[in-house]
Design a protein around this ligand. Structure first.
Ligand code: CP
Ligand code: NVA
Length: 310
């Protein structure tokens, strides 16, 4: 269903495509745990363009490609002519002649759209300022593992900065029919266009999505609480100012008193302890958080296999 397609945003996927990715990721995970190899991408090469830093995305895509029988090339913008101003549309057409797929992590989402427009091979969004779809698909798999398969019965609360993670959670929750309450300061709400699209997508699944200013209201009876850094990549200069603005949005044990008693806390990482999450809450939820990190591997293997296999 996804063969030859791009994965730029969860919004572009059908409800069935999201289900397929999650089911296939779970299957690939259990195969790997049982020592069963699946070299479905033998002979294929993935290019990985990084215009921002990464630990998880870089390593999980590279290892995932290896496990599927293919190989991956790390392409930093410090080394590519792209970093010296070669147009994306030329880069797209050149790389399409060598590679079988491209994963890109960059700043403006328009760069990914441009790459996909001119490339003849699948493009996978490895994070833009607007969206981080691979991470949110991974989080949905992790929630199924920890909270049961029926995501429709669950309430998630996102607390913090309305950023690329928040936007993708809105799209993800809409596709799986989950309840998602987002709490951010008024001036740091999720992207308005994304919010409207997600509300529209939610009509198909019955997902309930809302924004509130008060974190306690969002967290009330939540089964899952998620947060992310207060200063995303590219916002380093605002970090000190943001620490003050977001202080009331810290995920700490007081806030969690309002959640369901079996609440799990998730974080895409890297985490800034003492800022968006306390050391105590982080360590109490470390098992889930590192399952979440591991699941990047399985989810992205599913995405690569579904988009890139013959
Ligand atoms: N969560 C995530 O995308 O991590 P990296 O920035 O390390 O890739
Ligand atoms: N919102 C964060 C996510 C990091 C994985 C950022 O963009 O830096």
């Amino acid at each position: 269903m996804l063969k030859g397609k791009d994965l730029l945003s969860i919004h572009d996927l059908s409800v069935e495509e999201v289900e397929n990715i999650l089911d296939f990721a779970a299957k690939l995970k259990s195969m790997q745990k049982s020592g069963i190899e699946h070299k479905i991408l033998a002979g294929k090469t993935l290019g990985m363009i990084f215009e921002k830093s990464s630990t998880r995305t870089r390593v999980s895509f590279e290892v995932g490609m290896y496990q599927l029988g293919g190989s991956a090339l790390f392409l930093s913008n410090r080394d590519l002519q792209l970093g010296r101003g070669e147009p994306i549309k030329d880069t797209a057409r050149v790389l399409s002649r060598y590679l079988d797929g491209i994963m890109i992590r960059t700043f403006g989402h328009d760069r990914v759209i441009e790459l996909a427009k001119f490339a003849e091979i699948p493009i996978i969004n490895g994070l833009t300022d607007l969206l981080h779809p691979c991470q949110v698909l991974t989080d949905l798999l992790t929630i199924k593992e920890h909270k049961g398969k029926n995501l429709k019965n669950l309430k998630m609360a996102y607390v913090g900065d309305g950023n690329n993670m928040t936007n993708s959670y809105l799209y993800g929750a809409a596709k799986v029919g989950m309840t998602l309450s987002v709490a951010t300061p008024k001036n740091y709400r999720p992207d308005q266009n994304v919010f409207e699209n997600a509300i529209n997508d939610a009509k198909e699944t019955g997902a309930k999505l809302n924004w509130v200013e008060n974190p306690i209201e969002a967290v009330k009876n939540a089964d899952i609480v998620v947060t992310d850094t207060w200063a995303s990549m590219g916002q380093e200069a605002e970090h000190e100012e943001r620490k003050k603005i977001f202080a009331p949005y810290q995920v700490n044990s007081d806030l969690l008193k309002h959640a369901d008693k079996n609440v799990i806390v998730m974080h895409c990482l890297p985490a800034y302890r003492g800022e968006e999450i306390t050391e105590e809450v982080f360590e109490n939820n470390a098992d889930v958080i590192f399952d979440e990190a591991e699941n990047r591997l399985h989810t992205q293997k599913a995405i690569m296999a579904l988009t890139m296999a013959d």
